[in-house]
Ligand binder design. Structure first.
Ligand SMILES: Cc1cc2nc3c(=O)[nH]c(=O)nc-3n(C[C@H](O)[C@H](O)[C@H](O)COP(=O)(O)O)c2cc1C
Length: 328
């Protein structure tokens, strides 16, 4: 059980990050075409799960045959984790959990969750205890190095994690104050990796083979990629091939078409017509975003952007996507 992370990181040291609104099943299926490592879900509210909230429970969905999926939970109340886990494990196949203790978004922090947990370490410890006493499934903890440069808490958190049976620690090597743009603290990753007894997964600004190597040279067991995969899901292949992988615009087009097909399948799983329509509209917006992100390095991407935003319906969107990627 406790070797889940270590065993899988030994097979592939790359990890696909939890990203709200992005790590959805159809996109996770795209990622799987490019690597065989661990993939994280979007964050899921334990409050929502414990109340059997429909939306929260839907976040647990996998695409057919999906494996090596870690479900990320968030919440501030220790006992709610154990309530949520009871609900989940009665009805869903779970391989592993993660706890979000890094999100700096105010809405999340208001419920004492995300990076608010780094300011309340007794609460963080209680959450770890509550999970460990509720399940034998492996679980990881995802943190930032601290609140700001003066309040670094990674050492205390490592002690808590190791003491409470956490199976891997993911460190986004920035502080909460840094948000998403401060310097990545490779020195801290090196320090933690040298003394940890559980696997350490480093995270922060890995966009190519060189930045992967830089992070790997700190001694971490795994490297988690977030924004890099959102624009370039084939980045995993680029890194695995030491930079020797490229993808044609025709192949990108196929990825997008397959993804939209999977979005439709996902939407059709909803119970009522209204829910199906709502979901497909939501996916349409996400599909536009991915179509634009994937076009980043291609010719005439700016015109494509303008054209795409003028489309009235999905048929026009599909025509634009088809024309652009076939001629790029
Ligand atoms: C749009 C977006 C959504 C994110 N959603 C989550 C989330 O649900 N859970 C989480 O732990 N981190 C989330 N993150 C943080 C990333 O997982 C990652 O820690 C951060 O972006 C740093 O990695 P990067 O430099 O490779 O992007 C999100 C980041 C972005 C940009």
């Amino acid at each position: 059980m406790s070797n889940f992370f270590r065993d899988n990181l030994n097979k592939s040291d790359l990890v696909a990050a939890p990203m709200a609104g992005i790590s959805i099943p159809p996109f996770r299926k795209v990622l799987r075409k490019f690597f065989d490592g661990l993939v994280y879900s979007e964050m899921i509210s334990v409050e929502g799960l414990s109340r059997l909230g429909k939306e929260s429970v839907e976040y647990l969905n996998r695409y057919e045959g999906e494996r090596l999926l870690v479900h990320q939970l968030f919440g501030g109340n220790p006992s709610t984790y154990s309530e949520a886990i009871k609900v989940i494990e009665d009805t869903h196949h779970i391989e592993a959990y993660d706890v979000n203790a890094g999100c700096p978004v105010r809405k999340v922090m208001k419920s004492s969750a995300g990076s608010a947990l780094l300011e309340d370490l007794p609460r963080l410890r209680s959450i770890m205890k509550s999970i460990r006493s509720s399940t034998e499934k492996p679980f990881s903890l995802k943190i930032r190095v601290g609140i700001d440069d003066k309040k670094l808490v990674y050492n205390e958190v490592l002690n808590i994690a190791e003491g409470e049976g956490v199976n891997a620690l993911i460190i986004h090597a920035r502080t909460k104050k840094d948000q998403f743009s401060g310097t990545v603290r490779y020195d801290i990753l090196e320090e933690v990796a040298s003394r940890a007894t559980i696997p350490i997964i480093g995270n922060g600004s890995v966009y190519d083979y060189d930045s992967y190597l830089k992070m790997k040279s700190t001694g971490v067991d795994g490297v988690m990629i977030a924004r890099g995969m959102m624009h370039t899901p084939w980045l995993f292949k680029v890194i695995e091939s030491k930079g020797d992988y490229s993808i044609s615009s025709d192949e990108i087009l196929l990825l997008l078409l397959d993804m939209y097909q999977d979005m439709k399948v996902e939407a059709l799983r909803r119970d009522s017509e209204i829910e199906r329509l709502k979901k497909i509209n939501h996916y349409k917006q996400i599909f536009i975003k991915f179509s634009l992100w994937f076009s980043r390095n291609l010719r005439d991407a700016t015109t494509f952007r303008k054209n795409l935003y003028q489309c009235k319906d999905i048929n026009e969107i599909m025509d634009q996507v088809d024309t652009f990627y076939k001629s790029a």
